[in-house]
Design a protein around this ligand. Structure first.
Ligand SMILES: [Fe+2]
Length: 172
């Protein structure tokens, strides 16, 4: 459960940083009780930030599967080799930032997706934050896509930035 976690509000209204929860342990232990507590906190706070997680691909997908059923793969983004459920959002010489707009993920679906689980894999030295979140390598942010929008600042460009996302279609 989250009894041993520290929950630090990001603002007076929305978001919280969770300290003392290791997502690797949650997946390894198939810890549905803590995942349920996280899911409840997510619907309350709308954005959860967990730092220094560095999940491997199996763990990243495992987090999504502990929160609910995964959404269908997003067709427009490349995927991690061998992991169709992880999309790559990469800004490099061939891919300038394109998410400098308030949006909810995959809102083209008739049933909007519940939650995004975004892993900051390569974070530029300056800029590139998502509004509400200052990114560091290994940070995982989970947001309630039914209740919030987000905005990705492209002010890091041309520095390279790579994020990887697992998307949860619906909670359990
Ligand atoms: Fe997005």
């Amino acid at each position: 459960m989250l009894k041993t976690a520290t929950i630090l509000p990001l603002t007076g209204i929305i978001g919280a940083e969770i300290q003392g929860v290791a997502l690797n342990d949650l997946v390894r232990d198939n810890d549905h009780a803590t995942a349920k507590a996280l899911c409840n906190l997510l619907t309350e706070k709308k954005v959860l930030v967990l730092r220094d997680q560095h999940p491997d691909h199996e763990t990243h997908i495992g987090i999504g599967k502990l929160l609910g059923t995964l959404a269908p793969p997003q067709p427009m983004y490349p995927k991690v080799d061998g992991y169709e459920d992880i999309i790559i959002v990469r800004n490099d010489d061939n891919n300038p930032p394109e998410n400098e707009v308030w949006h909810a993920d995959m809102s083209y679906l008739s049933m909007p997706v519940f939650a995004s689980v975004l892993h900051g894999v390569h974070i530029p030295p300056a800029g590139g934050d998502t509004l509400r979140v200052k990114w560091q390598p290994g940070t995982v942010v989970i947001w309630d896509n039914w209740a919030t929008q987000h905005f990705s600042c492209g002010d890091h460009y041309p520095s390279f930035r790579e994020m990887q996302r697992v998307t949860v279609g619906a909670p359990f």
